[in-house]
Write a protein that binds this ligand. Structure first.
Ligand SMILES: Cc1ncc(COP(=O)(O)O)c(C=O)c1O
Length: 441
């Protein structure tokens, strides 16, 4: 039997202790594929085991196979954070186990979701009155946008830039829609002059903060083109959207008020654990037309129907994700979120200056937010090898991109525990490993 009080206290102690010591663990899991699986029993236990056995195996069996996203020297892809209030709120959401299939099955979860989406819309400077709800991931949010766009326009083409996230292509493929990729300018932004004829486009997906370089597509010009052609404009701001809490970054949201839908992942830069993808639309009736299927067993009085968020997206059973975002917004406040974003951008800008000032290294893209793309001068193989060496060291974890056909390294700042010392350490480790590469023989 599991005792919620005593086992729960042990689990919380585990969590607190983990967060204290995570900085001393290798960032990237140091295991080979299949190794963890081999350490686990082939079959489930016949008899109940105590919860402490689960905690023990978490330490002994699973932890070596964890890549530590909560590590202060996690700089790969997009660095994210699961903050303490959100961790606790996840526990409480699981305790309540609200499944918001209909408003009446989860009135508090449904209405809190609407409120936190309104609050966040205000923090990001979005127009008042947009419908907002939470999906699991940006992949699903964009899927929902494309489904609504196709239903609203009767068209089958999706247009995005060559720097758009692969989820756009995957979503289009899953829907059997065609995709056209628009070339970018020399700063990795979609070229509006190359959009082509949009009269058969269901949707154009513009990105504010692309995955490789965090470039910002020119949304105002794209919005004009969509308006003229009757195409749905979906804005993917999965990563950079959070930066809009700071006025100095709002330039990047110019034109977003004209979008038909928008996605911002709270589970990227907003201190909220996966999964929590915020989806807004100024066309909720189009969403409802696309998604509302109400079988007899789910029928309720009309006044309740319209409030059921399952009518605005793909999922029926929706978990209480709003609780963790609510906890974050309350426990950090707007000022705490702004500090978090600004700290990340400031640290990235320092790293950028160090790279710029060091002979033999080069920057590969402008840095609007907290991601720096850089490389060792010379061929791609040196950079590939450098990446493999620094990651194998377990001291830092960074990732790569291919920009203008050349292999580039990416350092993404965003983990809430990252300090200047960690970024400085990353730079020293990169320089150390690079100098080893350069040794003759
Ligand atoms: C710009 C952008 N859009 C969408 C996604 C997909 O996010 P998710 O994992 O929530 O589906 C990513 C992932 O990094 C991204 O960078």
């Amino acid at each position: 039997m599991t005792d919620l009080r005593s086992d729960g206290a042990a689990a919380l102690e585990w969590a607190a202790r983990y967060l204290e010591r995570v900085g001393g663990l290798p960032v990237l899991a140091q295991v080979a594929p299949g190794e963890i699986r081999d350490r686990l029993p082939r079959s489930p236990p016949e008899d109940p085991e105590p919860f402490e056995a689960v905690l023990r195996d978490l330490d002994e069996v699973l932890l070596p196979g964890v890549t530590h996203w909560q590590h202060p020297r996690y700089f790969a892809y997009f660095a994210v954070s699961s903050s303490e209030p959100a961790i606790l709120a996840e526990l409480l959401a699981a305790t309540l186990n609200s499944a918001a299939i209909l408003w009446r099955t989860a009135p508090a979860a449904t209405e809190l979701e609407a409120v936190v989406l309104d609050w966040t819309a205000q923090l990001l400077g979005l127009p008042a009155g947009w419908h907002g709800h939470i999906e699991d991931t940006a992949s699903t949010s964009t899927l929902a946008a494309l489904i609504a766009a196709r239903a609203a326009t009767g068209r089958e083409l999706v247009v995005c830039s060559e720097q758009a996230h692969s989820s756009v292509e995957k979503d289009a493929r899953m829907l059997g829609m065609r995709i056209r990729k628009v070339p970018c300018d020399d700063q990795f932004r979609m070229r509006p002059d190359a959009l082509g004829d949009l009269f058969d486009a269901a949707a154009v997906v513009a990105t504010v903060g692309t995955t490789a370089t965090t470039s910002v597509d020119p949304v105002p010009a794209i919005a004009d083109a969509c308006e003229r052609a009757g195409a749905w404009l979906h804005v993917d701001a999965a990563y950079a959207g959070t930066a809009m809490v700071c006025r100095e970054f709002r330039w990047a949201f110019a034109g977003v008020d004209c979008a038909d839908s928008l996605v911002v992942n709270a589970h990227k830069w907003m201190l909220t654990p996966v999964d929590c993808s915020l989806f807004w639309s100024r066309r909720p009736e189009d969403l409802r037309r696309a998604f509302s299927v109400i079988p007899e067993y789910l029928r309720t009085p009309d006044a309740e129907d319209a409030l059921s968020l399952s009518e605005y997206g793909p999922a029926l059973g929706r978990r209480f994700r709003a609780l963790k975002l609510w906890a974050v917004l309350r426990c950090y406040g707007a000022s705490g979120l702004r500090d978090h974003v600004r700290r990340g951008v400031e640290l990235a800008s320092r790293f950028e200056r160090w790279v710029a000032g060091e002979p033999g290294w080069e920057l590969c893209a402008p840095r609007p937010f907290s991601v720096v793309c850089f490389r060792l001068e010379g061929d791609d193989d040196r950079n590939r090898e450098l990446l493999a060496r620094v990651n194998a060291s377990g001291e830092i974890f960074i990732s790569h991109a291919v920009l203008n056909g050349r292999y580039a390294l990416r350092l993404a700042v965003g983990q809430m525990r990252t300090t200047e010392d960690d970024v400085r350490a990353a730079w020293e480790i990169l320089r150390r490993e690079a100098s080893e590469l350069c040794l003759p023989g």
